[in-house]
Design a protein around this ligand. Sequence first.
Ligand code: FAD
Ligand code: NDP
Length: 325
Amino acid sequence: MTEDYIMENLIIIGSGPAAHTAAIYAGRAKLDPLVYEGMMAGGVAAGGQLTTTTEVENYPGFPCGIRGPELMVRMRDQSMRCGARIETQTVDNVDLGTGGSRPARTFKVFAGSESVETRSIIVATGATAKRMAIPGEEELWQKGISACAVCDGALPIFRDKVLVVIGGGDTAAEEALFLTKYASKVIILVRRDALRASKAMQERVLGNKKIEVRWNINALAAVGDKKLDAVKVKNNKTGKESTIEAGGLFYAIGRLPNTAFLNGQLALDDVGYIKTTPGTTKTSVEGVFAAGDVQDKICRQAVTAAGSGCMAALEAERYLSEPAK
Ligand code: FAD
Ligand code: NDP
């Protein structure tokens, strides 16, 4: 064994609310956790998705709201204060081994030139909302364009406006229904002539008087100066172009869970989310836990990510203290 050999108790991969809540609990449990927070991993800065937003109004404890990046700096500070060590590196690869049981069972984590061995891992690498990459999107992102209606829909800029949702899946349906609480009207743009959403959601959408579904429509551009004013669209059957005046544009075209670095070593669902045993954060590999959006395609909220980060730390602690099999 070389001099710089390190055996960690727990490595946490990620830097959003799930990773930091896991780090806070694991630090306080004296597990001496090592966090790899990533360096623009999945195209998002360390701190995760909330670093890409402005005001967070639904995280408990902040009655006047808090800016997303500030909330994440606070979580990071709290992790360190509770004893977590943080490396600003992206995990490129892991070796989850092929068998054996605790305490002999260990895993390897590779980040840049580093390779670290650990007894347990929490994967909290989140997910990234897919974007359209249409003209105007970059300039107007978070100035009328969002990928999270539940997060942003209640903001004053969207009140009593025509709001456009792009997508035809369950997320688009759910977001459109949610937005009817605030909008004067919601228009869903569907790129083909059918919704992908479940039958129940389709019925709710199509039966809602505040929602209009436009079929075979592609968005061409987001238009506006300091905020979104309109969406340019094209009917892909007739080729006709038109402009929809709108105060908001919500993308609901799917998300990419950040699981590529696992190279198939954990069981994933058909879209790449980590499968966990229901009611737990346990993955298909004993000793490896998953928390936050990387294993949750339904709730996708900071507080649910934090809650599952807490569960993962408690389950990792229990796993590490179990008697050898
Ligand atoms: P994420 O926040 O997704 O963070 C995971 C991070 O881990 C990644 O971003 C990356 O930095 C890092 N990482 C990824 N891969 C690796 C790797 N291989 N190695 C090391 N690090 C890696 N929720 C709310 O509750 N309220 C809101 O107001 C709200 N607003 C939102 C606004 C926007 C624009 C978006 C996109 C989301 C919003 N959400 C909101 C949702 C919320 O941000 C997410 O549910 C939450 O951040 C998920 O947390 P997480 O810990 O699972 O991971
Ligand atoms: P989906 O992949 O199911 O749907 C994405 C939708 O966006 C599809 O209609 C797709 O069109 C459309 N789309 C994709 N790319 C583009 C593009 N570039 N331009 C225009 N439209 C585009 O993602 P969801 O996020 O809706 O759902 C993911 C999973 O989560 C599903 O399994 C869903 O059932 C589940 N879910 C369940 C919920 C619930 O049960 N309450 C709530 C939310 C999600 P096309 O159909 O043509 O491919």
